[in-house]
Design a protein around this ligand. Structure first.
Ligand code: ZN
Length: 199
């Protein structure tokens, strides 16, 4: 489920739709959480879908580290990639804003965290740090930078409004993170080697 203070907007003709902040969203806010409305497909279920459904799934879903394919039920599925993304995974269930996101600013993630079916995706995000090609294995190259950004953002977690908190499935785990009982996992946890996973 995407943060409620967001809206679906056309970014431009090339990119198409994107998710934009409808008001200021501070660093440390959960931007997306895996909720009960999101659809989860096992590799077997995925393989049994007819081709016209597979096309939709390939475009709008991501694959988690267990090899399940997740299709967001809301317009969270339109979140675009940026090589300077303003959200990253706090854990496998939640994305967190790693900096303040201003009204009208596009909310972005890094597609290297989504385990795409293609080895390489071309990128023209326009950021000075654009990698030009996005690979799933980029998570290993950039994890230190992303992890530090997530650790820093999580320090704000309890000081900012968290409208998605009622929908968070692993609230106890988040409490344990806050209390320091658990450590924030590295952003590398999203990775799965896709070879042999899917028919
Ligand atoms: Zn880029």
């Amino acid at each position: 489920m995407i943060h409620p203070s967001t809206e679906l907007k056309t970014i431009n003709k090339t990119i198409g739709y994107g998710v934009v902040a409808a008001e200021f969203i501070p660093e440390g806010t959960i931007i997306w959480t895996l909720c009960d409305f999101d659809r989860i497909f096992t590799p077997l279920e995925l393989s049994q879908l007819p081709p016209h459904y597979r096309e939709i799934i390939d475009k709008y879903s991501y694959v988690n580290s267990s090899g399940e394919t997740i299709l967001c039920w809301d317009y969270g599925r339109y979140m675009n990639h940026s090589c300077s993304a303003n959200t990253f995974t706090l854990d496998e269930f939640n994305y967190i804003a790693i900096r303040n996101i201003h009204e009208g600013e596009e909310i972005t993630c890094d597609y290297a965290q989504l385990n795409y079916s293609v080895e390489e995706l071309n990128c023209s995000c326009g950021q000075p740090t654009c990698r030009k090609i996005i690979r799933n294995k980029d998570v290993f190259l950039y994890a230190d930078i992303w992890d530090n950004a997530v650790y820093k953002a999580f320090a704000n977690f309890s000081h900012v409004k968290q409208p998605l908190l009622p929908f968070v499935k692993n609230k106890k785990y988040l409490s344990a993170l806050q209390n320091g009982v658990e450590k924030i996992p590295t952003t590398k946890i999203t990775y799965i080697d896709r070879k042999g996973l899917f028919a």
